[in-house]
Design a protein around this ligand. Structure first.
Ligand SMILES: Cc1cc2nc3c(=O)[nH]c(=O)nc-3n(C[C@H](O)[C@H](O)[C@H](O)COP(=O)(O)O)c2cc1C
Length: 394
């Protein structure tokens, strides 16, 4: 029987499935539910020191369904970070860790660009016994108006500074969560890793406008007749998340562009951050989805919207599906296949070259021309020899 256990940055998780920061980790009650159902870890809803500045609106979600069905494929939110007082969170972090000492509780934190605020936030969370941090440099709506979230994540220089502050104070693992609303996601990731962060989490939501109501002519979600672009999640974003995780893994672990990892051809090409971790997020709802992110290099896989649609028991199905995939391929551990598929990315020019090579071989075979020694046949030996003669007419 394969094992789903994952050891990452010194954290020991029973499986790679982590609740992504958002409503499914928004208070002690729901976090307890997640642990009871068997989630490998929980990243709590993002906290900041002064929750009085966080004022949410309703409605704040909008859904996209597949045409003609009830299936939800896209989800937009204009929700902010936690609006619950930090003192309440401190109390709940302690209570959760008292109740689940062996389970992995990760605090997602965000602050304004002030050294004292970040250090205070880190130290106070740590004092509550949380196991790791995720730095929210990625919320794309509302918070950037206060120069927080994605506003920081889009500026590698600021990230370097903030990550250095955090790393001065942190005594537990730190993951930096990236925004996809940027041309090259590897740039802020590199800045965070250079500043000492243990790992990268990606992606947060993609800035979006869900649609326009053709009766009222107002964009959705509509609050008192007005709207604001929000964050898009759910299975519709998965291909984009896979691409960004692939780019991050290639930068961190190697592979891609015709340079496969861990092969005889390239035994030493390891990427720039081979020992750092990668937590993948975006549209995961099944064990098969998770397997794809692990094949792209991730150690852990986070789920947020999927839990809002299917509930906490989703983790049981996902574990069964991931185990079935591993059994089928004879993989014993997550590490056995992590990053395996990165080696199959290359350049377009290389695709063209490979295709031309195959076509030339097929053409030669059709014409009966021997291109490999294995193609020689006793009955056609003279004919095959003849076809290889250069000066046919002499
Ligand atoms: C309603 C909602 C609230 C969210 N709040 C947060 C948050 O507070 N902090 C954060 O880092 N990400 C937040 N996210 C982003 C998710 O953690 C995740 O990165 C994103 O939704 C993509 O994953 P998914 O498709 O599994 O939801 C939120 C997402 C949703 C849908």
């Amino acid at each position: 029987m394969p094992s789903l256990r994952v050891k990452v940055d010194g954290l020991d998780l029973p499986n790679p499935f982590i609740i992504g920061s958002g409503p499914p980790g928004t208070n002690a009650n729901v976090i307890s539910k997640a642990f009871d159902e068997g989630w490998g870890g929980v990243i709590a809803k993002t906290v900041s020191l002064d929750a009085s500045k966080v004022i949410n609106v309703a409605p704040r979600y909008a859904r996209m369904r597949a045409q003609g069905t009830r299936e939800v494929i896209g989800w937009e939110n204009i929700e902010l970070i936690s609006d619950r007082p930090f003192e309440v969170w401190e109390d709940e972090f302690k209570k959760i860790k008292d109740k689940y000492p062996d389970r992995c509780l990760i605090a997602s934190i965000m602050e304004e660009c002030t050294k004292d605020a970040w250090i205070e936030l880190v130290e106070r969370c740590q004092a509550c016994g949380v196991d790791a941090f995720e730095l929210n440099f990625s919320c794309p709506h509302g918070l950037p108006e206060r120069k927080m979230g994605a506003a920081m994540g889009q500026c590698p220089e600021i990230l370097t500074e903030v990550c250095q502050w955090v790393m001065q104070a942190a005594t537990i693992p730190v993951w930096a969560k990236m925004t996809p609303n940027i041309t090259h996601i590897t740039e802020p990731a590199r800045a965070s890793l250079d500043a000492g962060c243990h790992g990268i989490a990606a992606i947060n939501t993609i800035l979006s406008v869900m649609g326009v109501n053709l009766e009222t002519l107002r964009p959705e979600p509509t609050v008192e007749g007005y709207s604001v672009p929000g964050g898009y999640s759910c299975k519709a974003v998965r291909p984009i998340a896979l691409r960004m995780v692939m780019e991050l893994a290639t930068m961190m672990y190697g592979g891609g562009s015709g340079s496969p990892i861990s092969t005889d051809e390239h035994p030493t090409f390891k990427g720039d951050f081979p020992d750092r971790s990668l937590s993948a997020i975006g549209g995961v709802e099944s064990g098969e989805d998770a397997a794809q992110f692990i094949l792209m290099g991730a150690q852990t896989v986070q789920v947020c919207t999927g839990v809002m649609i299917h509930g906490y028991s989703l983790v049981k199905t996902m574990q069964d599906q991931l185990l079935a995939f591993m059994e089928k391929h004879n993989f014993e551990t997550i590490e056995d296949f992590r990053g395996h598929s990165l080696r199959y990315f290359t350049t377009h020019a290389e695709l063209v070259r490979r295709q031309a090579e195959v076509k030339a071989a097929e053409k030669a075979a059709r014409a009966g021309i021997v291109t490999k020694d294995t193609a020689w046949e006793g009955d056609k030996f003279v004919e095959q020899s003849d076809k290889l003669v250069s000066n046919q007419d002499e």
